[in-house]
Design a binder for this molecule. Sequence first.
Ligand code: SF4
Length: 425
Amino acid sequence: MKPDKQNLYRLPWSMNDNAIGWLEVTDICNIHCQGCYRQILGEGHKPLKQLKEEVMFLKKWRNCDGISLAGGEPILHPKIVELIAFITNLGMKSMILSNGYALNEALLWKLKKAGLTGVSFHIDSTQIRPEFKKEKITSELDVNELRLKLGRRMRKVGLYAHFGITVTKDNFKEIPDFLKWSIDNMDLINGITLIIFRGLPLADGIDYYSKGKKVEVNKESLGYTMSYEESKEEGIMAQDVYAKIKEYYPDYDAATYLGGSVNHDTYKWLIGNIIVNSKGKTFGAYGKKTVEWIQTVYHLFKGSYMVYAKKRIGKKIFLMSFLDKSVRKAFIKFMKYALLNPVRFFYPLNSFGIGIVQAPDMLPDGRVEMCDDCPDMCVYEGKLVNSCRLDEYRKYGELLTTKIDYEKSKEMAKKRATPFALHDN
Ligand code: SF4
């Protein structure tokens, strides 16, 4: 069970015409996540004036449809409501990437009034956060109560809620349970993202250089590092996650992807939408034609590629049967199901988004494979940089280069000890 690029639509996003602009609002955070990609360097909250300039820069150079606000914990920024209103007034959507800890209902109403599109929550069992009694958190399911609480709060305010987890070797087997739970609560949750854990490998035989000089890299100097032992154990690939979902949900499929910047057969982003009703019955998934149609028509009429749908499409998705054979198959399955008991026609039906992200990998020759046409580029000193590697710019002024002992590296690669950096949201 492998995804096949022939059956997938390659998102048309590029450096200068990309649906997403990534805005780093603050480096302050109120919890701790495993392998966090952002260090607290004392920069704190960026001034509102600077943030507005960065939004304008992203609009100009990315032509984005939506701004992802990240950090640190963006909602801690004292001017977050004004910032959202500024983005809204420029005609763009806004999505806050939050751990949810400080997101109370009063703030949510203000954000909604300012035009916020939604919140993408990162809540998982690897986090250290005040609400968790650590000894009681043994699986992803143990944190579902907290997710539900936030999901309900979002629904009350009428905002889009998305949930993401970091996938590690420990919770990989729990992906189907997490997905089932999310689908069962589809009235509160629009979709999920599964971000595969990555870390800069620290190992004998891998040396890092900045401006031609060797630099000591360790967990203190750069947050997204992992020991050789850790990197040997991790290394889950996007297609492994895809196969795990397929095993439990044969109706699931990805419709679109972004590849890697080096190898032709890498999957960095794999995005699918499963078509499912309120009873948890799945009928199929979007095919590549649906996404191609949405992206193309949206670009034609709105002038940018699309991200963060504001409304759910419901049964109207079946109109795509004319163009998309995957949706047609789902429609036939739905009709057979509904004709057996016409009450079933009236069960709410929707599409549920499933994103898989495999962050950068270090290749055996020391090159780092990034996501091709990275959607999560942010502004750093007047340039666009990949947000997952921003701390290298902040600490060393540039991306680190690597010198590798080729023989040792080949050994490491055989053991899949080549992953690189943790993703961002
Ligand atoms: S920031 Fe990094 S992990 Fe995220 S999309 Fe860009 S290259 Fe991929």
